[in-house]
Design a protein around this ligand. Sequence first.
Ligand code: DQA
Length: 146
Amino acid sequence: FTVLVLNGPNLNMLGKREPTIYGKQGLTEIIAELGLKAEKMHIELKHLQSNAEHELIDAIHNGYQQVDFIIINPAAFTHTSVAIRDALLSVDIPFIEVHLSNVHAREDFRKHSYLSDVATGVICGFGAQGYTFALEAAHRYLNKGK
Ligand code: DQA
């Protein structure tokens, strides 16, 4: 199986960016660790971080019939992007929405997501571990018929 991990704007700044909220680990390290876990599950992991909405949308489109599952932290686009929602619906690939922080314990504008109601599941508040939980959930989801 192939799993695509997408990270939205400002997540390239993880480690430096508001570390009390988002943790001290950088994205490169998080994804490298996730890649090792994926390997053990015989999952091919692809990753893109982008600060540009259209690049995330293009990556979702390119996953059509190529990618079995998407793990996405849309970052601020969570709260703004009908376009990313529509892209995910257009390819009909199951996905998990991940947030490092507990978005429900923060500003009101973070409580609404354009993706949650069409996601297979949502993980938030567990820091970088959330990506691991999502990978495990994706693995189970993909192997459930076997
Ligand atoms: C985030 C939460 C979003 O509200 C915020 O805009 C981010 C990161 C998280 O991982 O906690 O950039 O998605």
